[in-house]
Design a binder for this molecule. Sequence first.
Ligand code: GAL
Length: 671
Amino acid sequence: MPGYPVLPEGLAYGGDYNPEQWPEEVWREDVRLMREAGVNLVTVGVFNWGLIEPREGEYDFSRLDRILDLLHSAGVHADLATPTSSPPMWFRRGYPGSRLVDREGHVLGGGSRHSFCPSSPDYAAASERIVAALAARYAGHPALAMWHVHNEYGWANAHCYCPASAEAFRAWLRDTYGDVGALNAAWGTTFWGLTYGSFEEVEPPVAAPVGVLTGLQLDFMRFSVDAHIACFRRERETIRRFSDLPVTTNFMIPNCKPMDYWRWAPEVDVVANDHYLDSARADPHIELAMAADLTRSVAGGRPWMLMEHSTGAVNWQPRNLAKRPGEMRRNTLAHVARGSDSAMFFQWRASRYGAEKFHSAMVPHAGTDSRIWRDVVALGADLRRLAGVRGARVTADVALVWDWESYWALELEWRPSADLRFRERIEAYYEALWREHVTVDFVHPSADLSPYRLVVAPSSYLLGEAPAKNLHRYVEAGGHLLVSYFSGIVDENDTIHPGPYPGALREVLGVAVEEFHPLRERETVVLGPSESSGSSGSCGTGAVGRIWSERVRLAGARAVREFADGPDAGHPAVTRHDLGAGTAWYVSTALDAEPGLRTLLTEVLDHAGVDRPRGLPDTLELVRRGDHLFLINHADAPVTVPGVTGTGVLDGAAYDGPATVPAGGVVVVRT
Ligand code: GAL
């Protein structure tokens, strides 16, 4: 595998550079400004296919030659993209069979990017040709630092339902099942008599009058991931014929539900991610932290690259909020704190044309006499000071279980409640841990869990037998497990595990669930102390649950809280099962953040021996990466953190005792 780090001199800083949208005199200004800001890496050529192959088989690399030469002369490295996410107009016209078809059977239009079928043989041939031409021409170019294949696989064309996709899906099923009897057994096709006599009878899960076989839907999602991975591999292998530089593609963790990034990760030389703040959230930086932690986990703990984020507003949300003063810096440094070795933006210079002209950039429409530009220059200086953090790892005592297949399965139609959303509970638990200053990793349920003191499974509806056993063994060996309701219900085919719920987790949790009692919209239930615990137990007083209640029977566990009202009044709401050398906790409602979830988590963290700072405001982000301690203050008032010793990396100050982090500011101390 080609070497990492990508840039030996430190953290990579820059963004998507689209000089083709500007006259050449602007390019010279661009590289001058890049040097002023300390930019050392730019992504070029992402959407250039129609420009470098204006007619089929006719290439014109003259502009890209000049751009790469100019970057090299300015000492700026290139992350050269293959342009295959935006096929040219001639391709669309000449190969109509490659057009994307949605679930309702609409052929989606051109005049846009991502408008192609990932299983199209014509797309495969044309994309391989352009990648080979590009790689042959530029493999030895001195500006090149790495290859950036495609752009955001699966973002807009995750699932295609055209005849070519249907054919490829059937081939995938033949490979997976061998014979159609095995497929029928896996999908449970005796239900409604939907039994297949041959693979030829299988259609993709197109829009149907009522609920479609869920096993079929899940396999189509798996097939679609593989179809995109096959596109990536084809390009990667083509590049490899010419070049040994690292090859990556930009993921969209966690905001591209259809892509299972556990499956993607081994394909890339370095994991790269794009992340944009969701302005509608109250505390968008907590979702940012979650995205960064999940990206690091997908990367197996190795340093990863932040390939895109924004200096200010995006253009595709209902209300595109500008970042407040200091927010861009906090965002970027939070990604670095959580393992990124780069800080890249979409985009270098704000565009004048097309769909994205209101998207922020490093050089905004306002030019360099702007807050954004001054902040971009200052950020470049911060990142140079942080060069020493490159390559360092983040360690975590707590892991959250995240499985894309469970995400897909939980959100199929006809679940017990529309309020069961995969990310709802994950984000609730993540946020509570963030506010406790606990850094978490994310894990697949079949991963090695031994490094963790506590594993939390907030949303593991789909859980195969083997991963469930993995959790069981983890607890027996002394691990601590916290599971939220509606977990361990079905296997990988969306078939209910036999016996009372939660089938796959019944033994480890020591409970059996007799009946679900989903709550009405906005209905709440109150939790109280359990009679058997006799104490105020977990969750403190005033704990409230939403969304869910259920009839839990103890089968080895003991109740630590009961429902005080609602359909399960007087029955267990939170249980604890001491098993082997460990403990498994179960929570059967959606506890509100305060006081219920926070109080319960405090108790579970203490019981699991998770060490964490105490007494700090829950608006302070605190992360350790190697010997760098990052303190990011998201509040409007300064905060003092006791017991900080070391050298301030950003401010050069010597810290020995209490450290003050200014309102909205960041302090990084090398300890
Ligand atoms: C990303 C994409 C970029 C740009 C950006 C805008 O998803 O990769 O090309 O469209 O969004 O936020």
